[in-house]
Design a protein around this ligand. Structure first.
Ligand SMILES: C[S@@+](CC[C@H](N)C(=O)[O-])C[C@H]1O[C@@H](n2cnc3c(N)ncnc32)[C@H](O)[C@@H]1O
Length: 205
């Protein structure tokens, strides 16, 4: 599995993010209106969205390459008397789910942690595991953050040389690039959130 500094972050800080993403209440409302039941949080971290989805009655699935993040998520779910299917895997490997399995896939600040060729494969995998008419809510960064020094390993993909995410690739996006990346989806919205991440809402036609 690729090196993942988030495992140490979760070891040192515990659940790093507490509240769900600022759009998640609206996303959940939309999922309910669409009759969604099975939802994957790709790169589920320390569990804030898996817990939120399970609380809202969905069959929640989470995948992350940080064993520590998955362990924190497991304990959080247990404390709340909730369940979810959690897997320790890298998103750069084929996703361990059948074709057309999910009604929705969400992924907050995750899929940019790869080279662009890998990001394209991840998006193809998301499409494969999503049902026709299934929804995606995906956020990726617009600007560099969290480090002072970076190495550019390919156009617009940087590796921080210091800070929390040292060593982890970050690809930075433009709206045009996102429209191209999700060209096999029907995009309904792309907007910037309060932490300068593009939020893409789309469905699989
Ligand atoms: C900024 S955190 C976001 C966590 C979570 N989505 C949230 O919003 O709370 C980035 C997450 O990406 C995960 N990650 C990084 N590279 C990964 C990979 N190759 N496969 C799976 N997860 C990865 C990290 O472990 C971390 O949990």
């Amino acid at each position: 599995m690729p090196e993942n500094p988030w495992d140490n972050v979760f070891k040192e800080h515990g659940a790093f993010f507490g509240e769900p993403h600022e759009d998640m209440a609206k996303v959940v409302e939309l999922l309910k209106r669409n009759g969604a039941r099975t939802v994957l949080d790709l790169g589920s971290g320390s569990g804030r969205h898996v817990v939120y989805l399970a609380r809202n009655g969905f069959s929640a699935y989470g995948l992350d390459s940080s064993p520590e993040g998955i362990e924190i998520s497991r304990n959080w779910l247990k404390r709340e008397g909730l369940t979810a299917d959690l897997r320790i895997r890298s998103m750069t490997e084929p996703l361990p789910y059948e074709d057309s399995f999910f009604d929705a896939v969400i992924s907050v600040q995750v899929i940019h942690h790869a080279r662009i060729a890998e990001v394209r494969e991840i998006v193809a995998e998301i499409r494969r595991i999503l049902k026709r008419g299934g929804l995606i809510f995906i956020t990726v960064p617009k600007v560099k953050s969290q480090a002072e020094t970076f190495q550019e390993i390919e156009p617009d993909t940087f590796i921080p040389l210091d800070g929390l995410e040292k060593g982890l690739p970050h690809h930075y996006f433009t709206p045009d690039e996102l429209r191209d990346l999700f060209k096999d989806f029907t995009i309904t919205d792309i907007h910037l959130d309060s932490v300068e991440h593009y939020c893409v809402l789309a469905l699989k036609p």
